[in-house]
Design a protein around this ligand. Structure first.
Ligand code: XP7
Length: 314
């Protein structure tokens, strides 16, 4: 303990209680940022061996965490991209009540803070967004908030439309009423068997201690519904290049959302690839799907960044 000469009454607060992750690891031992609300967010950085040609922020989905993007990030660093991510508030190794956010915009605000910080370290590089599911909605709203800031966006089964079975007019109304009286009531967990046809990947999901498998709370459902309506209004403001990947048998984010995005986004450069029969987590699906997803992303990004060595020196 640091000696203050004033005895036990003046213990250094930072030394006696360092901020710790929900898993009880001190943040001082981990890459992290402090968001505008003073919450600590766990960060990951995947750096290429050579000078980076572009930056990619990875936005994970509901209940999961950015460690699940290791393989995608490795593939992108192989193209000399600097990949970075954080666990959204209430997720993984970040602070915040599990799967709770007071307003969906907090996720977008934190992404913009992280992007700003990395851009200050690596000025002049194009920035891409990669988002999956709820993380796709976050990416869409982030891009819409900063027109012309991002050079492109990769969306893997993004949340654009609420599942039509679970979001009937009656259920949405019921949820809004319920939110006033029982905001913490659980709507039940995601059925992991609908995530992927790859049983190994479903087992990995079920065994991952950083995944929040508790039921989705009513108040979080409301924020997801808010996100969906904000995404719908944001689509006509999108002008950046978009690569959209979607499974036809996705029961969590309906493929109709992907078609709506293709129709409503103003981007000249937009590509949709539908994987027939595939479920929700395309980057962790059957090998034929996941290999193609990696290949499509690789080719698409390669064609939209300057070739290696073509950048002007500072
Ligand atoms: C709602 C409600 C809505 C992985 C993800 C997890 C899927 C979806 C999951 C629920 C209630 C309104 C592991 C579920 C939101 C988006 C998965 C539920 C990502 N990917 N989802 O690798 O982000 O949506 F009232 Cl809209």
């Amino acid at each position: 303990m640091t000696e203050t000469g004033l005895g036990d009454r003046f213990r250094m607060p930072e030394k006696s209680s360092p901020r710790r992750t929900p898993q009880n690891v001190p943040y001082r031992d981990l890459p992290h940022l402090v968001n505008a609300d003073g919450q600590y967010l766990f960060c990951r950085y995947w750096k290429p061996a050579r000078a980076p040609r572009a930056l990619v922020f990875v936005s994970h989905g509901a209940g999961e965490h950015c460690g699940r993007y290791e393989e995608l990030a490795q593939m992108l660093t192989g193209l000399d991209l600097l990949v970075f991510a954080h666990d959204h508030v209430g997720h993984g190794q970040s602070e915040g009540e599990r799967m709770v956010v007071s307003d969906f915009h907090i996720f977008i605000r934190d992404v913009l803070q992280h992007v700003d910080a990395v851009q200050k370290e690596q000025p002049g590089l194009p920035v891409f967004l990669l988002g999956h599911s709820m993380g796709g909605a976050i990416a869409i709203l982030t891009a819409a908030e900063k027109p012309n800031h991002f050079s492109g966006m990769i969306l893997i089964s993004p949340l654009v439309l609420a599942n039509p079975e679970s979001a009937t007019t009656f259920k949405v109304l019921a949820a809004k009423v319920l939110n006033l009286v029982l905001p913490n009531l659980s709507l039940g967990p995601i059925d992991s068997s609908v995530l992927s046809r790859n049983k190994v990947e479903v087992d990995i999901y079920n065994a991952d201690p950083l995944i929040c498998r508790a039921g989705l709370k009513v108040c979080f459902g409301i924020q997801l519904l808010n996100a969906v309506s904000r995404v719908e209004r944001a689509l006509p403001r999108l002008t950046l290049p978009v690569l959209l990947l979607q499974g036809s048998a996705d029961r969590l984010c309906d493929s109709r959302g992907a078609y709506l995005l293709m129709e409503a986004a103003k981007s000249q450069d937009k590509t949709l690839k539908i994987y027939e029969g595939a479920y929700h987590v395309l980057h962790k699906e059957l090998p034929e799907v996941t290999n193609s997803v990696f290949q499509e992303i690789n080719t698409w990004v390669s064609q939209r960044i300057a070739p290696a060595g073509a950048r002007s020196p500072p």
